[in-house]
Design a protein around this ligand. Structure first.
Ligand SMILES: Nc1ncnc2c1ncn2[C@@H]1O[C@H](COP(=O)(O)OP(=O)(O)OP(=O)(O)O)[C@@H](O)[C@H]1O
Ligand SMILES: [Mg+2]
Length: 459
């Protein structure tokens, strides 16, 4: 029996992206100038903005067998790059993350500083597809519910990645003590092939360190609030963390996938913040969905979400094991291949369109000196804007307001770029040459008709 999850459309947590340069704002003014060289990379598409970085699709300058590699370059915002405490913590964490190599973890390739302003960056594997936020938004917009077997598959793959990272040791066998700290839907990437990869391992610690040092005042409220929806109580209270904080966060995502809405909702009228909710860790009632052996899956969710971490699953592997038993008992069969087929079936057209546009952009880059490349945002999807806001995962598929400045949910993600010469063809307007040809043929036809008429009249 295939059961699907109903995802209630609600407001988005990402606002609309500003595609036009904003004078006086370093990061945003720079953004549209693409492609541009950045160290060993050519950045050619802005694919997202988070609370601390801009995310570019880039081509590595060094050729490899099979062509230039596409990578994601996470360019840390200038204000943060220049902050010594933040930078030290980020570099330390990114070095640990670079040691991770697992199918369920987006691989970190490179980190350093580049450019005139010595911007910090992290280069990582490009996961072509959607993040979990985007996927849920697409589901809500198209009213195609995510089948429960795939929802559980996503969580199980995330747990696999977490378990691997939590158990990593250094060369001498000492535990590295890696904790992700920011397991949330925007950091869960689902590829078009149905693979699930967790990205941004440990990066949130840089935020915490800078925050504790009082160095992130200007950014902290938004960044921390947005992420508070997935924080364990101990994290929200600023206590030392271990892998069980990530287990809690995976539990929140599972709760939300089952309920079809965000778990914590701050009551703004009462002046209640998400962070305050997270500190208390009071998990709301999970609506009944009529799932097979529902008590069992609910038991798993609430065990992952225990306020006292001693009561939680001891490890990500223990939670994974419980979920595996549940899916076997409930006969919920899923695999990455099936998830990939399902994505292709429902969202294939949009995903393929994005891929084609990026392929054209790469070809344009390879064709010669950096051509003028125009970012083209697909009508359905737009990259995320900087502020992370504590709102819901499932937005209404409403048309934008005429004012345009409010956060009508514009999904983040996949704007494509098309090299300027291709634009004309893409817009369907004929090139000047073919227009001249058409006029010549038309005149010739008219002259022929006139000649025929004259011949007839002469007879
Ligand atoms: N390796 C990647 N491959 C493909 N897309 C990515 C990759 N990394 C990030 N993205 C996309 O870029 C978006 C923004 O990422 P970013 O990490 O800057 O913001 P965030 O995840 O919303 O917040 P945070 O700063 O807390 O991680 C992601 O939501 C995702 O859609
Ligand atoms: Mg992220």
């Amino acid at each position: 029996m295939r059961r699907a999850l109903d995802l209630e459309p609600e407001a988005s947590d990402k606002g609309a992206v500003e595609t036009a340069p904003t004078q006086g704002d370093g990061a945003q003014a720079e953004a549209p100038r693409l492609p541009r060289t950045f160290g060993h990379y050519v950045l050619f598409d802005l694919i997202g903005r988070g609370g601390m970085a801009e995310i570019y699709l880039a081509r590595a300058k060094t050729q490899e067998a099979g062509g230039a590699r596409l990578v994601v370059v996470k360019q840390i915002l200038p204000e943060l790059s220049a902050n010594a405490k933040f930078a030290d913590a980020l570099v330390q964490e990114a070095k640990l993350a670079a040691r991770l190599s697992h199918a369920n973890v987006a691989q970190v390739f490179d980190l350093g500083r580049e450019g005139r302003d010595q911007r910090l960056f992290i280069a990582m594997e490009y996961v072509e597809g959607l993040d979990l936020n985007e996927l849920l938004r697409k589901c809500a917009r198209t009213k195609v519910p995510l089948p429960i077997e795939f929802a559980l598959l996503v969580i199980m793959e995330v747990l696999r990645g977490l378990d691997y990272a939590h158990r990593r040791t250094d060369d001498a066998g000492r535990p590295l003590g890696i904790v992700h700290r920011d397991v949330s839907p925007s950091n869960v990437l689902v590829s078009v092939e149905g693979e699930v990869k967790l990205c941004d391992f440990g990066i949130a610690r840089a935020n915490d360190v800078a925050e504790r040092a009082g160095a992130r005042d200007a950014f902290a409220p938004d960044a921390i609030q947005g992420k508070a929806g997935y924080m364990s109580p101990e994290h929200a209270r600023g206590e030392p963390l271990d892998g069980r904080a990530d287990v809690f966060a995976a539990g929140v995502i599972l709760w939300e996938l089952l309920a079809g809405r965000r778990m914590y909702k701050a009551d703004k009228e009462r002046g209640e913040s998400l962070l305050a909710l997270a500190r208390r860790g009071e998990v709301p009632e999970l609506p009944e969905r009529g799932l097979p052996f529902e008590d069992e899956i609910r038991g798993i969710v609430f065990k992952a979400l225990a306020i006292d971490r001693e009561q939680r699953f001891v490890t990500a592997a223990a939670m994974l094991d419980a979920l595996q038993r549940y899916v076997a008992r409930a006969r919920l069969v899923a695999s990455p291949i099936r998830l990939g087929d399902w994505l292709t079936e429902h969202f294939g057209n949009e995903l393929v369109a994005t891929r084609r546009a990026r392929e054209r952009a790469v070809k344009a880059l390879e064709a010669g000196p950096a051509a003028a490349v125009t970012p083209v945002t697909s009508t359905a999807e737009q990259p995320s804007s900087a502020p992370i806001r504590p709102v819901s995962l499932w937005p209404p598929a409403a048309p934008p307001t005429p004012e345009g400045d409010v956060a009508i949910p514009k999904p983040p993600g996949a704007p494509a770029i098309v090299a300027a010469p291709l634009d004309a063809a893409a817009n369907g307007s004929p090139a000047p040459k073919s227009r001249v040809g058409t006029i010549v043929v038309a005149i010739a036809a008219v002259l022929l008709v006139v000649a025929l008429v004259l011949a007839l009249v002469a007879r």
